[in-house]
Design a protein around this ligand. Sequence first.
Ligand code: DX5
Ligand code: ZN
Length: 212
Amino acid sequence: MKTIVSPSILSADFANLENEIRKIEPYTTWVHIDVMDGHFVPNISIGVPVVKSLRKITDLFLDTHLMIENPIKYIDAFSSAGADLITFHYEAAKDKTIETIEKIKKNNKKIGLSIKPKTQVDEIKDYINLVDLILVMTVEPGFGGQKFMDESAKKITEIKKYSKNDNLIIQVDGGINDKTAKICIDLGANCLVAGNYIYNSDNIEKAIKSLI
Ligand code: DX5
Ligand code: ZN
């Protein structure tokens, strides 16, 4: 499978989002949207209305990363807003994991399941073959521009061990640059999220291309 780059608009200029999307469109097919609620993570970012507005101006695949408590409550809203993939955190859903997966499926969206650095793959092994994407956080979620955690990336190997799906997307998010991307790809990741590295570079085309 071809490696996907999903630029995170968390590092973009929120006052000029359309322009920020136009900057990446020629070089990628995905865009990563970080939704934070100030409870699951200690930061607040953007929500449903922004997804809805972005849907109107771009055909990029809207990769929506929910860092929110009780994600099941918001699946319908993000689906109607136009998200293509909805990734929720296992730590936020726990005993509602299956129901949350079912709800995303009912909305005909791609399903993503994410784990924070301290969550072990063992805890989600029963769900790996029920979703389209596993997101391995390589920083503590909440902020852009943090340092990549090598230990977390090692979980990629374990996920591959449990997966029976050749098309499973293994995504990494947090501290991705040209060097850490290589570590993740070598371990088996096929989807790279990068915010700071792409949006704070002076050559976006070069930055995106240097990851794959
Ligand atoms: C962090 C977010 C990331 C963030 C990555 O909680 O989930 O998507 O934008 O930012 P960088 O690439 O700067 O580490
Ligand atoms: Zn993210």
